[in-house]
Design a protein around this ligand. Structure first.
Ligand code: DGL
Length: 279
């Protein structure tokens, strides 16, 4: 298959589930003029515990589906997909199927900001098991800041808490505290912690309450939005292929009613959702 048309289209935002809505929200606040399509692979979430091969294959399918919807530019609003699939899609798939289209991730923009936030140069990363195992954060951080000490902590139960709408429940406290304590025990000098999963801002209040006040928390949404603005500015050839209508359509691979209900909670607005099958 080759997708060769350059007809302008919406910007695609992809996540394994609801987490990418935290990124979409910040992007739309910063760049309201463009059209967007959000796709959540809720039927196959979570990605965080899956192998490289599976995350790559699922993500590749989602990117192709968004291209088929007319997107010229797709943001992987998922750290796990950015860590495990982005590079392969950029180097192996794009040149073959859509050489003029682009796929961007969320790890690089987050890493760029950390230099101005930490003073101790000891940084923590909270993320899914897959993102931590991929070592993407230490690798990217050390490219820019070789002196930094980076400690990653997998938080395997946080995505299920969010996906099951238990983020505000009393039961969530135990697991929020557990992973924070483990991280800070491993390196007590940490003074900045990256929330390296797009689902985690939905646990913000609990994470903040168990994190010492001296530790800065870094959520990704605004950094990714700034980086996208900068990218479109530097790439006018792509900017003119992003339609400007201020609209957003929502797709899920699971039941549309459930997505609409949860998305309304995350976005504070009701949304129309359509089903999309990936293969
Ligand atoms: N939201 C995704 C991320 O940023 C992962 C969630 C999942 O495990 O599917 O890593």
């Amino acid at each position: 298959m080759k997708l060769s048309t350059d007809i302008p289209g919406p910007i695609g935002i992809f996540d394994s589930g609801y987490g990418g809505l935290t990124i979409l929200r910040r992007i739309r606040a910063a760049l309201p003029q463009y059209d967007y399509i959000y796709l959540g692979d809720n039927a196959r979430t979570p990605y965080g515990t899956r192998s490289f091969e599976v995350v790559y294959e699922f993500t590749r399918q989602a990117v192709v589906a968004l291209f088929e919807q007319g997107c010229q530019l797709v943001i992987l609003a998922c750290n796990t997909a950015s860590a495990k699939a982005l590079r392969s899609i950029q180097t192996n798939d794009l040149p073959r199927i859509a050489p003029n289209r682009r796929v961007l991730g969320v790890i690089r923009p987050t890493v760029e900001c950390i230099g101005s936030i930490t003073r101790s140069r000891h940084v923590g990363v909270l993320a899914t098991s897959g993102t931590i195992r991929s070592e993407s954060y230490p690798l990217e951080i050390h490219k820019l800041f070789p002196e930094m000490v980076v400690t990653g902590q997998a938080c395997p139960l946080w995505v299920p808490l969010v996906e099951c709408q238990e983020a505000d429940s009393d039961g969530a406290d135990y697991f929020v505290r557990k992973y924070i304590d483990e991280l800070l025990t491993r390196d007590p000098q940490i003074d900045a912690v990256i929330l390296g999963c797009t689902h985690y801002p939905l646990l913000w209040n609990k994470i903040r309450s168990y994190m010492p006040p001296s530790v800065a928390l870094v959520a990704q949404g605004d950094w990714v939005a700034d980086s996208l603005r900068d990218y479109l500015h530097r790439h006018p050839e792509m900017e003119i292929r992003c339609t400007r209508g201020g609209g957003c359509s929502y797709y899920t691979t699971e039941a549309t009613e459930k997505f609409a209900e949860s998305a309304a909670l995350f976005l504070n607005e009701s949304v129309d959702v359509q089903r999309m099958m990936l293969d």
